[in-house]
Write a new protein. Structure first.
Length: 242
């Protein structure tokens, strides 16, 4: 029943005489029938769900693939690597907070530079959804779409991101900032030397941040299946005027 109140609820605006349970039954029946009594086909229903997901996911990716998309968002901002937190605290303790801040900024700029690559990967994964997959996402947990995308795109994202992150790290001078951090840290007596792999770290955190934003957009989609501006979304989910 929960999914009726989320992605499918707007369809009830068009088909008010159907009770919630009846609508669910009809939609489930559409998996095995060519057309539904609701006025749209199985293919149309699946396409509408995929389009609603695609609109939201692309928006979520767009929010991080811009200046301050990571750096300006506390939910996805990339901090010092965990094993280097002590490095950061020591630098700040000796008045070198600006050096630490510059290094953090450069890591986030590298992630922002690469994030735009995620859009095409997500769109391909959404287009490959079967109608059954789409309905299972609608009926699933609140993060069902996010979980689906994590399962189907994580390897592709890592493969696509890592070389771009490597280039971006050089482009935004992250390596230089990080080298400066480590140089100053190593001047502090009796400190254990640390050398995290920046490419792997930024790639991992950039992808983590993407899925945080995807999860946020999925929540919004479940509350309101977007603007329903296309013909297929109006047909399946209902237009605002209805």
């Amino acid at each position: 029943m929960k999914f009726i109140k989320s992605l499918i609820l707007p369809a009830l605006l068009l088909f008010a005489p159907l009770a919630h349970g009846q609508f669910l039954k009809k939609l489930k029946e559409s998996v095995t029938s060519t057309t539904t009594s609701l006025g749209f086909t199985e293919e149309e229903a699946g396409n509408a769900i995929k389009e609603a997901l695609q609109k939201g996911i692309v928006k979520g990716v767009g929010e991080v693939a811009q200046l301050d998309g990571y750096f300006g968002n506390p939910l996805v901002k990339i901090p010092f690597p965990e094993e280097a937190k002590f490095v950061e605290s020591q630098l700040r303790a000796v008045g070198m907070g600006k050096l630490a801040d510059d290094a953090i900024l450069s890591l986030n700029r590298a992630a922002e530079d690469a994030a735009g690559e995620a859009k095409d990967i997500f769109i391909v994964a959404i287009k490959q959804l079967t109608f059954k997959d789409a309905i299972e996402i609608v009926r699933g947990e609140d993060n069902a779409a996010t979980a689906y995308l994590q399962n189907t795109t994580s390897d592709s994202l890592k493969a696509r991101f890592q070389p771009i992150i490597a280039q971006s790290i050089e482009k935004v001078d992250a390596t230089r900032y990080w080298d400066n951090v480590m140089t100053e840290y190593n001047k502090i007596p009796f400190m254990k030397k640390i050398n995290p792999n920046l490419e792997e770290y930024v790639t991992e955190k950039a992808i983590e941040g993407l899925f945080v934003m995807v999860a946020q957009e999925e929540e919004k989609i479940r509350e309101d299946p977007m603007e329903r501006t296309s013909d297929i979304l109006k047909k399946v989910f209902g237009s605002e005027e209805k």
